[in-house]
Design a protein. Structure first.
Length: 268
């Protein structure tokens, strides 16, 4: 039995249903979904494996493309062009591929820069893990060099006899490495991290052609190149000078990036 409603009394407005929309209903707004939290980082073992494998593949391309170019042509310019192009392309691909796993450093100095700029922050790279990265990268570079030599029928781990040591070369190597760290650190600080793979690839091409050293810019791969008899090699006695120049350049690049970009609002 219902109670009659007096004449002239407005009827109550119907209450909208509280049930959720069915799964196939169109969205009612154009707002993006809310981010609930950061994605969990891969476990340390997986990150170290990514750095080892990535650096090994980089060394395979650097050394292997040198052997291939040596087979195909006697023109030094064409050999250099082939080697530089292959190395830059490999870096772009490998950083993009392994970036979501380990950051795609593939270079102890990039790792050192990431540790230094992130120290004291919750998301910074711990020193212990940074050391592990450097060890994995070095092992990967040595293994990749041996694999490249074996693929082309060269003796694996034969010391290079090609000297590369002078003040002019060290200056070029410091410039190449310093600018590399400036590019990576500065782009990240300016909110352009997604562009780092392509920026690194482009800078490698420029550095290889523009610097007197050829732009090694990577201590792990430099050590690996001391263990190949190809024309991409470097005599073991020349490695310390190159590595010291790389470290000095990296420190300058990180400092310059802090001066130019630190404290600035991240660009979209």
């Amino acid at each position: 039995m219902t109670t009659p409603v007096p004449s002239g009394t407005p009827l109550p407005k119907p209450t909208p249903p509280t049930d959720p929309l069915p799964p196939d209903s169109p969205p009612t707004t154009l707002l993006p979904p809310t981010v609930t939290g950061p994605t969990a980082a891969p476990p340390p073992g997986r990150r170290l494996a990514a750095e080892l494998v990535g650096t090994a593949l980089l060394a395979v391309v650097v050394v292997g493309s040198g052997h291939q170019a040596d087979i195909l042509t006697s023109d030094a310019g064409l050999r250099f062009l082939a080697n530089v192009g292959a190395s830059a392309a490999a870096l772009t691909v490998l950083i993009t591929l392994f970036g979501p796993v380990s950051g795609g450093h593939l270079n102890p100095l990039i790792t050192a820069g990431a540790w230094w700029t992130g120290r004291g922050t919750p998301t910074g790279l711990p020193l212990r893990e940074a050391v592990g990265y450097a060890v994995a990268q070095t092992v990967g570079a040595v293994a990749g060099t041996g694999l490249a030599d074996a693929m082309f029928g060269h003796p694996a781990f034969r010391l290079s006899a090609l000297p590369r040591g002078s003040g002019a070369l060290w200056l070029g190597e410091a410039l190449a490495t310093g600018t590399l760290l400036l590019v990576v650190t500065g782009a990240t600080a300016a909110g352009r991290g997604r562009l780092v793979p392509s920026l690194v690839g482009l800078w490698v091409v420029a550095a290889c052609w523009a610097t007197s050293s050829g732009g090694f810019a990577n201590p792990a791969v430099t050590l690996g190149r001391a263990l190949t008899d190809g024309w991409t090699g470097i005599a073991p006695g020349s490695v310390p000078g190159f590595v010291l120049a790389q470290c000095a350049g990296a420190a300058a690049g990180i400092g310059l990036a802090a001066l130019l970009f630190d404290g600035r609002k991240h660009a979209p």
